[in-house]
Design a protein around this ligand. Structure first.
Ligand SMILES: Cc1cc2nc3c(=O)[nH]c(=O)nc-3n(C[C@H](O)[C@H](O)[C@H](O)COP(=O)(O)O)c2cc1C
Length: 438
């Protein structure tokens, strides 16, 4: 059986599935349920001294939408959109102290970890909250530099406002790291263009890892009433956001090589596998548990174990970052790959009933020809669209041989367009040009 254990920030987790800081972890009872359901860890809902962020949670609004932008009344599926407005922990951080001690013990007795989360009013408050969490025996704290809501709360400075500024993010991180002895990791915001710079700044300031990422800010319109849902902007997430989060996991993993906790876009174990294969050692599961209940957590962990067994992955390390390692570094590598073209398998093709490949070929390489799909290789640029849209797996990609390239029958990239080798020269020319302009 696969070994799900993983090391993160110096702690051993029995599995990489960690319950995110969210409404679920705003209650001691539910945190205990998460431990019972087998969570590797639970991150407590962000502890704070900002009264308005606590009040905001008591004033929460949630709308769950389907892919057609309609409210979901009933069971959610993988396409759910979670649009919501809420704050941090609904009670002052000091009121949590007795629970922190008790829950930490309960978690440890079951091989799990209670993880702190902080969001303070001033630099000193960040320090005070984290010291309080450490004094309760907690061994790891996440700093919430990703929450979208403080930016929309007059008079409050926190969350994504800090996470958008590498200098401020580093200052808060440094102050906390110097004040406590336990590792600190930073939850980043995707509401910006430079999370890698922020990640670099906080790692240099002493963070042990980063979380990529918290949620985006969205605006959703109900076209029947002509009004915004939930009265205006709010936090938004769902599995649609997963590729956007993975983009940052991939970039941080390849450019910084630091430990990452993945978040934003989880529905089931397959999403967790994607985050691990991109480079996240632990993965946080959030909103789906609010919709499906805590029992669903055991199903996700079981699903992960079954996936690893059926695909021959003996442990988490064997999956960690494998997709990122196989990724092209940039588009110049794409240019160096051999050219390809598609071929149709007329046996399995359902033309003329189906014409999807012809419809989606933007290069006039496919056409209707006496009840079968005709190919004009000269026009096929090897874009893979037909292979990826054919419902009958009747289009296959083939490497264009040198002989075929020379025959004049197959597509040749026109002169002056970057081709293998030329790209590098063009790139050098670009650098020289930009230097000359400086
Ligand atoms: C209703 C709600 C409340 C949240 N509260 C917090 C919070 O207090 N602190 C925090 O760091 N993240 C908070 N988050 C973000 C989640 O921890 C998580 O990063 C996000 O939901 C993305 O994960 P998911 O796609 O699994 O839901 C909240 C998210 C939601 C939907």
């Amino acid at each position: 059986m696969a070994n799900l254990e993983v090391e993160f920030c110096g702690l051993k987790f029995k599995n990489p599935v960690v319950v995110a800081s969210i409404e679920t972890t705003n209650s001691p009872e539910v945190i205990r349920e998460c431990v019972d359901a087998g969570a590797g860890g639970m991150i407590i809902k962000t502890l704070t001294d900002i009264e308005d962020m606590a009040r905001l949670t008591q004033n929460s609004k949630y709308a769950i939408l389907n892919e057609k932008n309609e409210l979901i009344k009933g069971k959610v599926n993988k396409n759910f959109v979670f649009f919501s407005r809420s704050g941090y922990s609904s009670t002052h951080y000091k009121e949590w102290v007795p629970y922190l001690k008790e829950l930490r013990q309960y978690a440890e007795d079951h091989g799990s970890h209670l993880i702190g989360s902080a969001g303070g009013k001033t630099v000193q408050s960040w320090v005070d909250i984290c010291r309080t969490i450490e004094d309760a025996g907690i061994k790891l704290i996440e700093l919430n530099f990703g929450c979208p809501h403080p930016a929309m709360m007059p008079g409050v400075h926190g969350g994504s406002m800090i996470g958008q500024d590498p200098r401020v993010a580093a200052e808060v991180t440094r102050a906390v790291v110097e004040a406590v002895d336990i590792p600190i990791f930073i939850k980043l915001t995707p509401d910006q263009s430079k999370p890698v710079e922020v990640a670099r700044a906080v790692m240099e300031a002493g963070a042990a890892a980063v979380t990529a990422t918290n949620r985006h800010t969205g605006f959703v319109v109900d076209i029947e009433t002509g009004r915004p849902r939930l009265a205006g902007p709010a936090g938004i997430g769902g599995t649609w956001a997963k590729p956007l989060s993975l983009r940052w996991v991939h970039k941080i993993f390849t450019e910084l090589g630091v430990p990452i906790s993945g978040s934003n876009g989880i529905y089931d174990h397959k999403d967790i596998v994607e985050f691990i294969m991109t480079g996240a050692s632990t993965v946080q599961i959030g909103s789906v548990l609010m919709l499906k209940g805590i029992k669903y957590l055991s199903k996700v962990i079981r699903g992960l174990e079954e996936f690893m067994d059926s695909h021959g992955y003996p442990d988490i390390q064997s999956m960690l970052g494998i997709a990122s390692r196989h990724s092209v570094r940039d588009y110049s590598e794409q240019f160096r790959k051999p050219r390809m073209h598609s071929e149709v398998n007329v046996e399995s093709c359902r033309n003329p009933k189906c014409t999807i490949c012809i419809q989606t070929c933007f290069y006039d390489a496919l056409a209707q020809a006496d009840g079968v799909v005709g190919m004009l290789h000269k026009n096929c640029i090897g874009c893979e669209m037909c292979t990826n849209t054919c419902p009958f797996d009747s289009m296959k990609m083939h490497t264009t041989s040198e002989e075929q390239r020379q025959s004049g029958e197959f597509f040749r990239i026109p002169e002056a367009v970057f081709e293998a080798g030329k790209f590098e020269k063009g790139f050098e020319r670009g650098i020289k040009l930009s230097r000359a302009l400086d």
